[in-house]
Write a protein that binds this ligand. Sequence first.
Ligand code: MG
Length: 201
Amino acid sequence: MKIICIGRNYVEHAKELGNEVPKEPVIFMKPDTAILKGKDFYIPEFSQDIHYELEVVLKISKGGKYISEENAPQYFNEIGLGIDFTARDLQSKLKEKGLPWELAKAFDGSAVVSNFYEKDKFDLNNLNFSLIKNKEEVQNGNTSLMIFSPEKIIAFVSKYFTLKTGDLIFTGTPKGVGKVVENDILEAFLEDEKAFDIRIQ
Ligand code: MG
């Protein structure tokens, strides 16, 4: 399986990192080895500035290519939450040089993925999600603020990549990204449902 990630999908987040609001989705990928196993995230030795980015994740339920926006809802049945852990110091250096982001985004453990929920249980166009760090809310998003909707994302990425059952799509983070340090506890909520918790080591 593959993990396709959308960058800069919320206006306020694009602004907080000093990026332009994109006209087309910004896409990058993580390998399956990026998925965090267990509940402990270990800060890698190559970064002094690991950031959390809480995101809604779509789980692809059927293979397809050139999927239309109209048909896109048939290609995912479940949604969850995830963290796109980012080595921000490394990413800034790569961005400066115009180089790909993989070293900063696709390292082992950089993709936290929650359990998945039937998408029909929620209103995907108006879904609240939040991240609590050490009992304090640090990120709070609503899918209505996405620049590119899940349907638009699926239509766009499936022009380039065949989607397969089990592929995951990280749909971008709202504003409020920030650094983690050892012993932080992160808890993620999809509406009132606790989707996961992890500890930083
Ligand atoms: Mg992200």
